[in-house]
Design a protein around this ligand. Structure first.
Ligand code: NAP
Length: 258
């Protein structure tokens, strides 16, 4: 299937590690010019080194504050002239809870997980209008299931689902499609870090995997990336405002099955 992504400029936030790196690589494998934005400079350099003929470049920058998002978009335009797609992916489950947290930490968590989604879309919009581009927002199952002890992250992930629908509606006149992908359990550096917070990470992983209905296994970053790349492609030309769950049935199938 030709996804017609050749030479399309795709901007991927948090694009140097984990799910974002898989999205960056998969876009490039489909012939796109993939631009990863990530604050982890080493991961950016490694990604570029492993590019092997693929069109991958990176911008090593933190997505906060908003002025950085503006600068990122300006830099992409200065280098590549246009933007065809934005994948808002960067985020961190930072455990700012209701009981163990405070209003300032909550606000900071929203900054880490939500505000740059709006800021990147805002600054990229004039360019997406020119190309009839597309946006994919990465949310999380926690937006629907909760997790406990992580109000800032979950509020952000819920808001991202709301904004996906809102932007899909607002951007209809420009033919810009906006969709969200909702992962549940994907092995990435962030996930490993979360597991390492438990006294027995291996035991915790076993108990998580046992609750994933399809194949009792984690979703791979490549499986998330495949959905993202499809949504960005012309093959998904009549899909907008959708929340796509790539989770082995974790969120919706009957608990009695596991
Ligand atoms: P990851 O392994 O931590 O990779 C994310 C990358 O984004 C890291 O390099 C990270 O840098 C970078 N990043 C984060 N915030 C940034 C910022 N403000 N500015 C620039 N770079 C930033 O994470 P992941 O597991 O792939 O998660 C990617 C997305 O999927 C997140 O939105 C997450 O909420 C969502 N998700 C993941 C899972 C899962 O099971 N893994 C499940 C549901 C949803 P640092 O390492 O310096 O933070």
């Amino acid at each position: 299937m030709d996804l017609q992504l050749k030479d399309k400029v795709v901007l991927v936030t948090g694009g140097a590690k984990g799910i974002g790196a898989a999205i960056t690589r998969t876009c490039a494998q489909e012939g796109a010019v993939a631009v990863a934005v990530d604050r982890d400079v080493l991961a950016c350099q490694q990604l570029e080194l492993s590019a092997q003929g693929l069109q991958i470049s990176f911008i090593a920058m933190d997505l906060s504050p908003a002025t950085n998002c503006k600068a990122i978009v300006q830099q992409v335009i200065a280098t590549f002239d246009h933007i065809d797609a934005l994948v808002n992916n960067a985020g961190i489950n930072d455990k700012v809870g209701l009981e163990h947290g405070d209003p300032q930490e909550f606000l900071s968590s929203l900054e880490r997980n939500l505000l740059h989604y709006y800021n990147m879309a805002h600054y990229a919009l004039p360019h997406l209008k020119r190309t009839r581009g597309s946006i994919v927002n990465i949310s999380s199952k926690t937006a629907l299931t909760g997790q406990g002890g992580t109000s800032g992250y979950v509020a952000s992930k819920g808001a991202i689902l709301g904004l996906t629908r809102e932007w899909a509606a607002e951007l209809l006149p420009y033919g810009i499609r906006v969709n969200a992908v909702v992962p549940a359990e994907v092995m990435t550096p962030l996930y490993q870090q979360w597991l390492d917070g438990f006294p027995d990470p291996q035991e915790k992983l076993k108990s998580v995997v046992a609750k994933i209905p399809l194949d009792r296994r984690m979703t791979t970053p490549d499986e998330i990336a495949a959905m993202v790349v499809f949504l960005l492609s012309t093959k998904a030309g009549h899909i907008t405002g959708q929340h796509l769950f790539v989770d082995g049935g974790y969120v919706h199938l009957d608990r009695a099955l596991t």
